[in-house]
Design a binder for this molecule. Sequence first.
Ligand SMILES: *Cc1c(COP(=O)(O)O)cnc(C)c1O
Length: 401
Amino acid sequence: MKSLSHDLRERLDQLRQEGLYRCLRPVEGPQGVIIRMDGKEVINAASNDYLGFANHPALRAAAREALDRYGVGSGASRLICGTLAPHAVLEQALADFKGTESAVVFSSGYATALGTITALLESQDILILDKHVHACVVDAARLSGARLRIFRHNDPADLETKLRWASQERCKKSPASRVMVVTESLFSMDGEVAPLAELVALKEKYGAWLMVDEAHATGLYGARRRGLLEAFGLEERVEVQMGTLGKSLGSAGGYICGSRILIDFLVNRARSFIFSTAPLPAASAAAGEAVKRIQSSDGAERGHRLRLHLEKFRPGQAPLLPKTGLPPALTPIIPIMIGEEGRAVEIGQKLWQGGIYLPAIRYPTVSRGKARLRLTLSAAHTDEQVNQILKALASLGLNSP
Ligand SMILES: *Cc1c(COP(=O)(O)O)cnc(C)c1O
């Protein structure tokens, strides 16, 4: 057998040849719309900090206060003695915000999907996923051991085929098997909105459960900025609402909102919740502040500012109504498809030279040959920064879709 280093060197060389090698680039300062990397200040067009909360003074203050009161570490898992006040406060705030009976917080969105899906489904059960769901859902599905079916991206007709198959399986073989459909509401890599009303109608027709990951939609859509389920009036009809605390909410962690019985079950059965040290109290306190702030005039104004930026990329949307959240036709994720990996990297470097940080997104984050620039805008960008991004793209002949 080859030595470990020999083996890994060969595999890394292979990645380099395919244009897929990646390395870490530390940001020399706080997250924001201007970041300093490799000693150079650039406009950041790649973060998920859509509302500019990651370095917001109120979140910093909430984290600092929690740090002073509760220290750094949680010291234990949630079920032993790691549940500190900021966790309980955050969970109540999330349930109130989403209008659900209850909520539970995990240390990341990844852990949320992993723990939730593996707790709810067992090997005789059936999971049906949209082709483009996030890696954490794919990994959770594999780990659950449930039988897996993938429906074509945002294609309700194909979902129906899979649901019909699942019904037949239940009739023929295992009437006790559960069926759950999982989708994102706003897809993280293509910025597309799922046809949620159709998906909900289908899962109801076939008596399946539905889990919706609102990682990128929470804080942006709907009159109360709860997410796209709110914008479409579907919240009451979805069994499992998931999201993260590290995107619009500016902190870190993930959550499930739903019925009291769902949350009670997850606390008892979700392994990534049970066997993991509780989130840092400072992180949960900051997320709690973000949940409050999203519902305040600050949240509304930031949402409005983000909307004005997005209109520049996709003009001609509905009239401006500052308090109603983004219209689903506008998303803060604007993919610019390139295709070939090497070319995407090259374009990313040219943008970098022009003072814009917008790196290539490549396999395995997206399919091979579907490399892209994933442009994201933030409420914290200034008009001038948005114009600079537009100008830099135009100068490279890249018109946003
Ligand atoms: C980012 C993301 C996650 C994972 O959340 P983390 O808190 O970053 O672990 C899950 N689902 C989707 C759709 C995401 O974009």
